[in-house]
Design a protein around this ligand. Structure first.
Ligand SMILES: *[C@@H]1O[C@H](CO)[C@@H](O)[C@H](O)[C@H]1NC(C)=O
Ligand SMILES: *[C@@H]1O[C@H](CO)[C@@H](O)[C@H](O)[C@H]1NC(C)=O
Ligand SMILES: *[C@@H]1O[C@H](CO)[C@@H](O)[C@H](O)[C@H]1NC(C)=O
Ligand SMILES: *[C@@H]1O[C@H](CO)[C@@H](O)[C@H](O)[C@H]1NC(C)=O
Ligand SMILES: *[C@@H]1O[C@H](CO)[C@@H](O)[C@H](O)[C@H]1NC(C)=O
Ligand SMILES: *[C@@H]1O[C@H](CO)[C@@H](O)[C@H](O)[C@H]1NC(C)=O
Ligand SMILES: *[C@@H]1O[C@H](CO)[C@@H](O)[C@H](O)[C@H]1NC(C)=O
Ligand SMILES: *[C@@H]1O[C@H](CO)[C@@H](O)[C@H](O)[C@H]1NC(C)=O
Length: 903
């Protein structure tokens, strides 16, 4: 669960509201030709112009099917609107019809009555046509989200009636000179996101002189590259209310030219993605400023000094401050009470420290407070007045414990609470559950040490609510929960009893259920499958028994089914075949029996994890399993499988090619908008270099085949050596025989190779000396013979890894080969590999990009990339243990083994 889901969602709403504030309001009728009363019958020349416009377009989805010469009334064509008074074509709305072609077929002068032209969200390429400058009645022009390039034509200066000009994401365009813009005196909304203004030295002067401009968006416009003139900055008469200057690499020298753009009318200022270090005093004179966004800034800002700078007016108007992921330092002291207008404070992922003042909670208008991931302490001694109306609180990774914060009860309007990882070691007071004041949407108490029973949670839940109590010490039966629940995570506690509570849930909302790592028992009820929305089900590490009930529903959404380590038995129900969206199927460590079903390979084609290890499966390995092109982890070990290893292994494409699987994302749609609601961090126990290890975030980086401890016979198919991206191969403890494939050294990414306890014969292929990443090898108990090929790696393993092969000789064994003159064990180069710290080595592998000599992106959390050995440990620890509470980001590309070893 993403503990911030709710908070992020609130933020999302905020942004949405801001974004739509400046949307198109109705654009009036055009045409002054009022003597014509020709209703809805379009002019021939305009129809012709439209047909000419359509002619060169690739209308892949036939969206313009109504645009036909035999359809005489062009006013009825899709996207076309005519004036009721004049009959002229006044609006052309062709947004989002996925054209592939350029903006060809010039709109001729015949369409001169157009007052709205919307070509946004297409794939138009080519330069921006200058003829648009002749459509002088235009009030609304949008070319947003296309693939155009070149200079914005100065002819746009003729569009003197324009109120809305949207060129955001139009392509890789630039403005050389802003002069033309100064003629657009009616302009209210200007969006030029992504257009380079690097050469437009006069942009500030021009834009600040536009008398009606309300909203200006210049996201990613290379504003830091502009050569700003030194003199001409003056106090402003600008009317701008919404000003977006995000992602421009600006430093604080921007405040020199910002002045003319800001006036008392400014209400929202977005400066995220820059390098500012503070807020100048004069911004404090902006007495209407309500929203300030400084997300992801790189420089240090002291809190709350900069708020003081903003308090120049008689009353501070600032309502929303968003500084997520910046470098704010300082504390939240009593001084905060001066800022009584604050409604939303998003200060997460900064470096604030000290104790949070009680006064903060009592800010009279405060509703949303996100202080997650700072070095802040929340005293348990608060005596809050009941005046607090806070609705959303995020305190993840702040220090609150050891006592459960009783002051929470004072907050009567709370709907979302995140107290995860806050060092609470206590029981939850009953009144916490009983008096949850208003409609609960989100509750996260995970990763603490909270104990006690959880009473039924039936009332006061909003639709689609989320409860996460994972990684605590709760015990007793699983409570009954409200039917409106969408997500329930009770994993890693001590809950006991059965899971029939699930049958009490009648609604169809449940999509995320994680009850793993508890002491649950009993059978799986049929009603488990009543939830068509189910996406993630993890019941692993419990004591559940009986059969896996067949599903009655078509569980098309199910992505993860984990039942690892229970006592489940019987054959797999055929209905699983219908779960065609499954990405991860983990049924290991149970008592399932029967054949490994062929339909897993035929129908579950999205699988990237298939773990059936340690069950009672019998029969052969179906060759159809090789159709699972996305598969990264195939674990069939410890069953009773016989027959040969299927030879179509090269069809396991993702083990052949570089690249990792996607995160499992759960989407949610609300108000017509779809967004990522949570990213599921898949986890699994894997046998890794002789031990069982649990993988979390790293799981998606692992590519492994484990067929060990079965009764497989025959030779290893040579195709296996095509699996160039495999990092772990375990075929031990079978009845395999014959030679080890000569080209096994092609599997250069292998970290782990276990062929022990078979009947392999012949020599160890010399290509194995190329496997420079190998750090776990077991060849023991076969019939191998001859000299062990020499390489840094092969000689560094303990001799016992070659035991039980009477014919082997040469280092690291003490046994001389017949042609040896004298026996010398070469010294081991570098650090000892082989044994040691188990899974730590996988990090070495990730750092060096798989040793393949080209960059591999990888994902890390916790901010910093640390390449030395100690650092790697810290990093690893951080990654695996804080699985749910990290902002994951791409951090590094490191190219090769040499580089990594130098560091
Ligand atoms: C124009 O006519 C259409 C259809 O008859 C009608 O829906 C629309 O409201 C009219 N617009 C004006 C401005 O009269
Ligand atoms: C724009 O107006 C200028 C005069 O202001 C004129 O010379 C030019 O031809 C016009 N451009 C277009 C494309 O109409
Ligand atoms: C700008 O306005 C401020 C405050 O209103 C005033 O102190 C300052 O003198 C003005 N500067 C100019 C150049 O007008
Ligand atoms: C966190 O704050 C405490 C005091 O509140 C301080 O001792 C500690 O060094 C701080 N830790 C970091 C990482 O800044
Ligand atoms: C707090 O909740 C009460 C009752 O639930 C409601 O009447 C009041 O308007 C809420 N206050 C705010 C500021 O939302
Ligand atoms: C799969 O789903 C379809 C459609 O709901 C259903 O008709 C069929 O019986 C299901 N198959 C199995 C094996 O349950
Ligand atoms: C399973 O795969 C087989 C073979 O591709 C196909 O005929 C069948 O329709 C699939 N069944 C489902 C439920 O997708
Ligand atoms: C393997 O892939 C090849 C080519 O894509 C295909 O012809 C063959 O049927 C596949 N074999 C299996 C067992 O999936």
């Amino acid at each position: 669960m993403n503990p911030c889901a709710s908070i992020i969602f609130s933020l999302f709403l905020v942004l949405l509201v801001t974004a739509t504030t400046s949307q198109l309001v109705a654009v009036g009728e055009g045409g002054d030709d009022r003597n014509r009363v020709n209703m809805k019958k379009c002019f021939d020349n305009e129809r012709l112009a439209l047909l000419l416009f359509k002619a060169p377009l690739h209308d892949t989805y036939d969206t313009l099917s109504t645009w036909r010469s035999d359809q005489h009334d062009c006013c009825k064509w899709s996207g076309v609107e005519c004036s009721n008074q004049t009959g002229h074509v006044t609006k052309l709305e062709l947004n989002n019809f996925f054209s592939q072609d350029g903006l060809g077929g010039e709109i001729s002068h015949s369409l001169t009555y157009l007052n709205l032209l919307d070509l946004s969200d297409n794939s138009f390429h080519g330069t921006i046509p200058t003829f648009i400058g002749s459509l002088t009645r235009l009030r609304y022009l949008s070319l947003s989200s296309n693939s155009l390039y070149g200079t914005i034509p100065s002819q746009f200066g003729n569009l003197t009636n324009l109120q809305y000009l949207h060129l955001d994401s139009a392509g890789s365009c630039r403005v050389e000179n802003m002069e033309w813009l100064s003629h657009l005196s009616h302009l209210e909304d200007l969006r030029m996101d992504g257009i380079s203004l690097a050469n437009a030295n006069n942009w500030v002067g021009v834009i600040s002189s536009l008398p009606k401009l309300l909203s200006l968006s210049l996201d990613g416009c290379e504003l830091s590259q502009v050569m700003y003139p030194y003199s001409s900055f003056h106090n402003s008469s600008s009317s701008i209310e919404y000003l977006f200057l995000t992602n421009n690499n600006l430093n604080s020298s921007m405040y020199r030219w910002l002045l003319p753009l800001t006036s008392n009318k400014l209400s929202s200022l977005l400066l995220s993605g820059n390098m500012l270090d503070g807020i100048p005093k004069y911004l404090g004179n902006l007495c209407s400023l309500e929203r300030l966004y400084i997300v992801n800034n790189s420089a240090v800002v002291k809190f709350p000094d900069f708020l003081n700078n903003l308090s120049g007016c008689t009353s501070l108007t600032l309502q929303m401050l968003i500084t997520r992921g910046s470098q704010f330092t300082g504390s939240l002291s009593d001084e905060i009470q001066k800022f009584a207008s604050l409604e939303s404070l998003y200060l997460s992922d900064n470096q604030l420290n000290g104790s949070i003042s009680e006064k903060l909670w009592e800010l009279p208008r405060l509703q949303i407070l996100d202080l997650s991931s700072n070095n802040l302490t929340v005293p348990s001694t608060y005596h809050l007045s009941s005046l607090s109306y806070v609705k959303v609180i995020g305190l993840m990774s702040c220090k609150i414990g050891p006592h459960f914060p009783k002051w929470i009860h004072t907050l009567k309007n709370l709907t979302s609470l995140d107290l995860s990882n806050t060092e609470i070691s206590d029981t939850t007071p009953l009144e916490f559950w009983a008096t949850w004041p208003s409609q609960l949407e989100y509750l996260n108490l995970s990763s603490n040490n909270i104990s006690g029973k959880v009473p039924d949670l039936l009332s006061n839940f909003a639709n689609l609510s989320v409860i996460d109590l994972s990684s605590n010490n709760f015990h007793g039966p699983i409570p009954n929960v409200a039917s409106t629940l969408a997500s329930l995570d009770l994993s890693r506690n001590k809950f006991s009893g059965g899971i029939s509570f699930i049958c009490q849930i009648v609604g169809g909302f449940l999509s995320f259920l994680d009850l793993s790592h508890n002491s649950l028992t009993g059978q799986l009820p049929d009603c488990l499958w009543h939830f068509k929305q189910l996406k993630i089900v993890n019941l692993g590490h419990n004591n559940l028994f009986g059969r896996l009930p067949p599903s009655v529903e078509y569980l098309i959404n199910l992505k993860v089914l984990h039942l690892y380590k229970n006592e489940l038995s019987g054959e797999l129900p055929l209905s699983l075949k219908n779960c065609t969206s499954l990405n991860s199927l983990n049924l290991g460590a149970n008592k399932f029996s029967g054949n490994v079903p062929v339909w897993i390979g035929e129908n579950l084609t999205g699988l990237y994890v298939l773990i059936l290890r340690s069950n009672n499966f019998i029969g052969t390995i179906p060759s159809k399993l090789c159709q699972l092109a996305n598969l990264q982890i195939l674990d069939l070990s410890m069953n009773n499988l016989y027959g040969t290893i299927p030879s179509y292994l090269s069809n396991l494409t993702s083990m052949v090619l570089q690249g990792f699987s996607q995160d499992i994302k759960v989407y949610r749609t609300e108000g017509g908008q779809t967004y990522v609601w949570t990213t599921y961090v898949d986890n699994a126990m894997i046998r890794w270099q002789g031990d069982e290890r649990e993988f979390f975030n790293t799981l998606k980086l692992v590519k492994s085949i484990d067929l060990s401890s079965n009764n497989l016979a025959g030779q290893i198919p040579y195709e296996i050596t095509n699996l160039h991206d495999l990092i772990s191969l375990n075929l031990s403890n079978n009845d395999l025989f014959g030679d080890i494939p000569q080209k096994i050294g092609d599997m250069k990414n292998l970290l782990t190779l276990d062929l022990s306890r078979n009947n392999f014969s012949g020599q160890i292929p010399s290509s194995m000396s190329q496997m420079s990443l190998l750090n776990y090898l077991d060849m023991s108990f076969n019939n191998l013979k001859g000299r062990i090929p020499s390489s840094t790696q092969l000689q560094s393993f303990e001799p016992s890894r070659y035991d039980g092969n009477v014919g082997l000789c040469g280092p690291p064994l003490n046994k001389k080969c017949p042609d040896d003159e004298d026996l010398k064990v070469p010294p081991v180069v570098g650090e000892s590999v082989g044994d040691g710290e188990g899974g730590d080595e996988i990090w070495g592998w990730f750092y060096i990009g798989g040793g393949t000599g080209f960059a591999t992106g990888f994902w890390i959390a916790c901010g910093a990339l640390l390449v030395n050995r100690r650092g790697r440990h810290a990093f690893f620890h951080c990654y695996d243990n804080f699985k749910d509470r990290v902002y994951v980001k791409v951090v590094a590309f490191i190219s090769n083994l040499q580089k990594a070893r130098q560091m």
